[in-house]
Design a protein. Structure first.
Length: 118
């Protein structure tokens, strides 16, 4: 694994959110100032394809990336584009309903609490 790829993976793992490539690139540039956004995109794609991180497709925005690779769902706000994990209760109920399913992807579109206040 290259130094750049290690830095990109570290940035995803440090994040407490679901960052997009631009956010990850900005974080990595603190250590590797000349890294290109294209390099970040390529490496994020490879890391996701290898199952090291998880790609979250956002219908109206940039893909997001998640350090948590175990099966779980996400909520995407259609207003601000924010991404959050589904609650543990919903995830457990879904897994129980799916039975022996090894993997799934679930993305729910719902306005976040901040956008509901506006």
């Amino acid at each position: 694994m290259s130094k750049q790829r290690e830095a990109i993976l570290a940035a995803v793992r440090k994040s407490c959110s679901h960052p997009d490539a631009d956010t990850i690139c900005a974080a990595v540039r603190a250590d590797i100032p000349n890294i290109s956004l294209g390099t970040v995109y390529r490496n994020l794609g490879k890391l996701a394809d290898e199952g090291i991180i998880r790609r979250i497709s956002v219908p109206s925005g940039a893909d997001r990336f998640d350090k948590t690779i175990c099966p779980h769902g996400h909520i995407v706000c259609p207003v601000c584009g924010g991404v959050s994990d589904l609650s543990q209760e919903v995830t457990q109920a879904l897994e129980q309903a799916l039975g022996d399913c090894r993997s799934y992807e679930l993305t729910v579109s719902r306005e976040c609490q901040e956008c509901k206040k506006l």
